[in-house]
Design a protein around this ligand. Structure first.
Ligand code: NAD
Ligand code: DAU
Length: 350
């Protein structure tokens, strides 16, 4: 069926995998990738599909309400998959306002534009908001986040995402806007920007630089391969129940120190370095303020209602990821030149 789907943040890490999946799997859809190309957006991520006839890129900033409405009027999307965001917790601690602008105001601008162009007919329309498990706050040693867990965000990033989730639900409850929401755990995979733990450590292992572990390294995250997140978004966008939220995760918890040790082991093998070489780079550094101890997703609902299963094990996903970074050193060198170095020096100084 012909449809126009507008994907925001499609030049970023997860967005580029979602755009690739939709452009390749749905040749009858017109896919509009709307992205401001901030430091995290990179059209190199989409080189392989940029010539596809059903793909269009539009450079725009979601904080610019007038421009966003113009684009919605021009392209008349039937569906919106909203991923554009400021996404890095550490950056939200140094510059919270940027997170309010993009994640809260930007989301409201998109909701207003969708409401404006769909006002006479919500039939076949859908606004899918891509969110995070961080809105639920921190778990102790046990327990899992379900769709019923109360929101309790701690960082400026998670507070901004929680706020945007509330606005999306408010537009459903108040104006009847057709929405679905997904709250996903930590992603990893190709094209991951090297400010985040896994690609940062891959980059530093390659360059034999210290691997910074915040605090005691016992903080725990639930990791999901990015291609499996894109698969979940596809399922929920097409089959999720109007107004519902779905938690997405891999039942795959790792303490940071164990995860980085596993990464060191796999990288030593792939680089032909002696066992234990990269682990020597592990360096404990000062903790992230307000650091959430543990996130873990209960993905029962998406599994039982929509038949969702991740397609790769963590070992397979990590191996594919490392191989991608080894084959794409130019990509890594490009994104770590310029402003990245300034960010890195400031974040990890002293
Ligand atoms: P990312 O930082 O890699 O990419 C964000 C993209 O949004 C970039 O292409 C950037 O250019 C674009 N963008 C930023 N501000 C914009 C603006 N004002 N206007 C238009 N475009 C703008 O982020 P990511 O890790 O790919 O995350 C994508 C989404 O998924 C975010 O909403 C994030 O909250 C959510 N999420 C991420 C994870 C994760 O582990 N990375 C997990 C769960 C949910
Ligand atoms: O849970 C989903 C979230 O996962 C997403 O919503 C966010 O957009 C995404 O950035 C990610 O947030 P985290 O803060 O969990 O990811 P990050 O890679 O920054 O950190 C993972 C863990 O590793 C966390 O406990 C902090 C720790 N860490 C991180 C960095 C960058 C370190 O110990 N050292 C580091 O240098």
């Amino acid at each position: 069926m012909n449809k126009t789907i507008l994907i925001t943040g499609g030049a970023g890490f997860i967005g580029s995998h979602v755009v690739r999946k939709f452009v390749s799997d749905y040749p009858d859809y017109q896919i509009i990738n709307l992205d401001a190309l901030t430091y995290a957006g990179n059209l190199e991520n989409l080189k392989d599909i940029e010539g596809f006839p059903n793909y269009t890129f539009v450079k725009a900033d979601i904080t610019d309400a007038a421009h966003i409405l113009e684009i919605f009027k021009e392209y008349q999307p039937d569906g919106v998959i909203h991923l554009a965001a400021e996404s890095h917790v550490d950056r939200s601690i140094t510059n919270p306002t940027a997170f309010v602008m993009t994640n809260v105001i930007g989301t409201v601008n998109l909701l207003n534009a969708a409401k404006e162009i769909w006002k006479d007919n919500y039939e076949g329309k859908r606004f899918h908001h891509v969110s995070t498990d961080e809105v639920f706050g921190a778990l102790g040693e046990t327990g899992l986040f379900t769709e019923e867990t109360k929101y309790d965000p701690h960082s400026p990033y998670s507070a901004s995402k929680a706020s945007s989730d509330h606005f999306v639900r408010a537009y459903h409850d108040t104006y009847g806007l057709p929405i679905v929401l997904t709250n996903c755990s930590n992603n990893y995979g190709p094209n991951h920007f090297p400010e985040k733990l896994i690609p940062l450590c891959i980059h530093n292992i390659l360059n034999e630089k210290p691997l910074p572990i915040y605090g005691d390294g016992k903080y725990t995250r639930d990791w999901l391969f990015v291609v499996d997140h894109a698969k979940a978004i596809d399922l929920v966008f097409h089959q999720g129940k109007n107004g519902d939220c779905y938690n997405v995760g891999g039942f795959n918890e790792w303490q940071n120190i164990d995860l980085v040790s596993e990464l060191c082991k796999q990288m030593d093998e792939k680089l032909g370095r002696a066992a234990g070489t990269s682990a020597k780079l592990i360096t404990y550094v000062k903790d992230r303020p307000g650091h959430d101890l543990r996130y873990a997703i209960d993905a029962t609902k998406i599994n039982q209602e929509l038949g969702y299963q991740p397609s790769v094990t963590f070992e397979e996903g990590l191996s594919i990821t490392i191989d991608w970074f080894l084959k794409n050193e130019d990509w890594l060198n490009n994104v770590t030149s310029g402003d990245y170095q300034k960010y890195y020096d400031k974040q990890y100084e002293g």
